[in-house]
Design a protein. Structure first.
Length: 298
């Protein structure tokens, strides 16, 4: 992998993925309409990075993707806990962007799509990649729709793809709507309601998530789907313990365990970051962010 195109490059996972690729001397073109480009300002110091602050639908991507070995599609404008509203419009909007991005994949350019455990809904027992899907959120429905669209487009246009299903991802810069970040940012002088992540079956440190995506781009794997996991049971709840938030009571009606052995076997992926270490990095990042001018945030 010599050159990669990344959508959602200024996002939480996108930023860490771009950094990981650049560390491996992979040239990166990143596109994002981020309102706050602080992360981009940080990685733009690297000579191998080119940033496109444009809307995907309004941009001719061909000049930027023609020499790429891999297209990583992370761009997503809807949050996991988004309400079931304007379903048709939301699905159509996301599929429109996906079709545009996928149109630049070809036999020499692999499309890697970032999906979510949300496609499974809540099930009983162990879940592998070909287990039945039953999304219970709009986010999950959009992800599953896009997965199916990728399979269809790949068959029609003869390009390789890899779909990566991630759990909740945490770490420095985690979006504020996630449970861990809500706990970290909570003002003890206020009565603030902490909401639960839509995926609590597992949690993965953001640098490990970026590593999994990097490995998928580097590996010969094609037309495959992978569950990416920490490999540890009750990992999300363990994070609450590290945050001293055990008093938060989140009950699960069904017990589901996502199996990630396929990614370990075929991609060589194993999560490395211990939950205590990851949580401390997220806390320190938040404290530093509060103490510095906005232009210095990363």
């Amino acid at each position: 992998m010599k050159k990669a195109f990344v959508t959602g490059a200024a996002g939480f996972i996108g930023f860490h993925l771009c950094s990981r690729l650049l560390d491996e001397e992979v040239d990166v073109v990143g596109i994002d309409m981020a309102e706050s480009p602080d992360r981009i300002d940080y990685i733009a110091r690297h000579a191998g990075f080119q940033y496109l602050p444009y809307d995907i639908n309004d941009t001719d991507l061909q000049p930027y993707t023609k020499d790429c070995d891999v297209i990583f599609h992370l761009a997503c404008s809807i949050k996991p806990a988004a309400p079931w509203a304007n379903i048709e419009d939301e699905v159509q909007r996301h599929v429109s962007v996906l079709k545009k991005v996928a149109s630049f994949a070809n036999p020499q350019t692999k499309l890697i799509y970032v999906s979510s455990y949300d496609v499974y809904g809540k099930r009983q027992g162990e879940v592998i990649e070909n287990s039945p899907k039953n999304p219970e959120t709009l986010f999950g429905l959009i992800k599953l729709t896009e997965e199916n669209m990728i399979k269809q487009l790949a068959e029609q246009n003869d390009f390789p793809f890899v779909i990566m299903r991630l759990p909740t991802v945490y770490g420095p810069g985690q979006p504020e709507h996630h449970t861990y970040q809500q706990v970290i940012a909570k003002d003890d002088n206020r009565q603030e309601q902490i909401s639960k992540d839509t995926v609590t079956e597992d949690v993965l440190f953001v640098e490990d998530a970026a590593e999994a995506l990097f490995l998928a781009g580097k590996a010969p794997a094609k037309n495959e789907i992978y569950n990416i996991s920490s490999g540890k049971p009750n990992h999300w709840l363990e994070g609450l313990t590290e945050l001293k938030a055990e008093k938060l009571t989140f009950t699960e009606k069904r017990k589901m365990r996502i199996k990630g052995e396929k990614a370990e076997l075929e991609l060589g992926f194993r999560a490395k970051t211990r939950i205590k270490e990851g949580i401390q990095k997220q806390i320190m990042h938040f404290k530093n962010k509060k103490s510095k001018p906005k232009s210095n945030e990363i």
